[in-house]
Design a protein around this ligand. Structure first.
Ligand code: THU
Length: 160
């Protein structure tokens, strides 16, 4: 019985100071965007920022709801905005940051499963990988080459 192995490479930085100025600026935008989260139920504030091929940047934040499943993650809020404002411009990098109720934010968080699927669809649609920069307000930062790295054996319209 053949066994397949899945692995991927990603970069780990010790702090924002080690990032290029463009990546650091995008992560700072995501950190700032987390302040616009509407998260009265989880008190977990997430911000996401996108850099498009045309140089534009846009941000999103999680928007919760008293009917909990109605709430939307920062990444999907952001991609909905990107798609609406710049439907034909590929997105090259997305930064994601957060802080919790006590302001704690010391390690990277990674997009939830639903957001991975959503980001993957965007990559396929614009035919360009989306680099992810994951980092809190301090601590290590992960840079991942493509959202598809986070979703092996994924389902997409190619399966239809
Ligand atoms: N959340 C995001 O916005 N993005 C993620 O990648 C993880 C989770 C939100 C959903 C919910 O509003 C809160 O964080 C707690 O799960």
């Amino acid at each position: 019985m053949p066994i397949e192995k899945y692995s991927f490479d990603f970069e780990i930085y010790n702090s924002i100071d080690e990032l290029s100025s463009a990546d650091a600026a995008l992560l700072q935008l995501a950190q700032k965007a987390a302040e616009n989260a509407y998260a009265p139920y989880s008190n977990f504030h997430v911000g996401a920022a996108a850099l498009l091929n045309n140089g534009e940047t846009l941000t999103g934040s999680n928007q919760e709801n008293a009917s909990y499943p109605v709430g939307t993650c920062a990444e999907r809020v952001l991609l909905g905005t990107v798609s609406t404002m710049f439907p034909n411009i590929p997105l090259q990098t997305m930064a994601i940051s957060y802080y919790n109720e006590e302001g704690k934010s010391n390690h990277p968080i990674s997009p939830c499963g639903m957001c991975r699927q959503y980001i993957l669809e965007y990559e396929k649609r614009v035919k360009q990988p989306i680099r992810l920069i994951l980092g809190g307000r301090k601590g290590k930062i992960y840079v991942i080459k493509s959202a598809s790295d986070l979703l092996p054996l994924n389902f997409s319209s190619e399966d239809f």
